[in-house]
Design a protein around this ligand. Structure first.
Ligand SMILES: Nc1nc2c(ncn2[C@@H]2O[C@H](COP(=O)(O)OP(=O)(O)OP(=O)(O)O)[C@@H](O)[C@H]2O)c(=O)[nH]1
Ligand SMILES: [Mg+2]
Length: 220
C-alpha cells in the first residue's frame, strides 16, 4: 500500500475573484468559512467578504488528499496570507479577468507571497464569461509576465463550476509535480497536456482516479 500524500493548496486573489466560491464548489466536506458583511469598496461587488480563511478538503483518491485554504482578499488581513502561504505546497492565484483596475493589487499579492515562499503557483482566470474579460495573454502582459520563461501556467475557470475547478487543480498538480521533478534535476517523462473532458461524479463529489494519472502523483 502506498503512502497517503497530503497537499496543502492555497487559493489567493483579490476580493471577489472567487476564492470562497471555489472552495465551496469543490470541497467534499462542509467548508469552514469566516465571512462577514462587507462594508468598504468590496460591498460594491458583493455582500460578504472573507475575514479569516476558507477551508475545504478534496480526496482525489485514497492516497492523495488536498487541503484547500482560501485567503481573505482584502490586504488589511494580509497577516492571514502569511499564516497560510508559509504552510502551503503550492498556490493558485485567482484573477478576475474582467477587472483590470485590480491588476496592481494582484501584483502586490504575488510580491507578498514571493517574498515569503518559493513554491509552485499558477494563475486561474475567473469571470471570463463577462463581456469585459481580457484574454489570458492580455492579462499575462498586464501582470508583467513579459518573459515567457518566467510566466506561470494560466488556466481559465468559473468558481461556480466543479468541472472547471477540477481542470484548474489538475493543472496546478501537474505544475507542482513538474517543479518537484525539476528540483531533483530529472526529466518529466510525460509533459503532454491532458485536455480530455473529465468525469465528475456529482453525487459522490469525486473524480475518477485515472483523471489524475497524468499529474504524476499516482504512482501505481
Ligand atoms: N460570472 C461569474 N461569476 C463568478 C465566477 N467566479 C466566481 N464568480 C462569482 O463571483 C463571486 C465571488 O465571490 P467570493 O467567492 O465570495 O469571492 P472571494 O474571492 O472569496 O472574495 P473575498 O472573500 O472578499 O476576498 C461569487 O458571487 C461567485 O458566484 C466566474 O467565473 N463567472
Ligand atoms: Mg472569500
Amino acid at each position: 500500500m502506498s503512502q497517503m500524500q497530503l497537499k496543502k493548496i492555497v487559493i489567493a486573489g483579490t476580493p471577489g475573484a472567487g476564492k470562497t466560491t471555489f472552495i465551496r464548489s469543490i470541497s467534499q466536506i462542509k467548508t469552514v468559512s469566516t465571512e462577514r458583511r462587507a462594508t468598504d469598496k468590496t460591498s460594491l461587488l458583493k455582500s460578504h467578504t472573507t475575514v479569516g480563511m476558507d477551508f475545504g478538503k478534496m480526496k482525489i483518491y485514497d492516497d492523495l488528499v488536498l487541503h484547500l485554504y482560501g485567503t481573505p482578499g482584502q490586504s488589511r488581513f494580509n497577516f492571514m496570507w502569511e499564516v497560510l502561504i508559509t504552510k502551503a505546497d503550492a498556490y493558485m492565484l485567482l484573477v478576475a479577468a474582467n477587472r483590470p483596475q485590480e491588476f496592481q493589487e494582484v501584483r502586490q499579492i504575488m510580491n507578498f507571497m514571493n517574498r515569503l515562499v518559493t513554491i509552485p503557483m499558477i494563475v486561474g482566470l475567473t469571470h471570463i464569461d463577462s463581456e469585459n474579460a481580457l484574454s489570458p495573454s492580455r492579462v499575462a502582459t498586464e501582470l508583467g509576465f513579459d518573459d515567457p520563461r518566467k510566466k506561470p501556467p494560466f488556466v481559465t475557470l468559473n468558481a461556480t463550476s466543479p468541472q472547471s475547478i477540477k481542470k484548474a487543480l489538475i493543472a496546478l498538480l501537474k505544475h507542482l509535480k513538474a517543479q518537484q521533478i525539476q528540483n531533483q534535476s530529472l526529466q518529466l517523462a510525460d509533459g503532454r497536456q491532458n485536455n480530455k473532458m473529465i468525469h465528475y461524479d456529482r453525487a459522490q463529489k469525486r473524480f475518477r482516479k485515472s483523471d489524475f494519472l497524468k499529474t504524476g502523483f499516482c504512482l501505481h
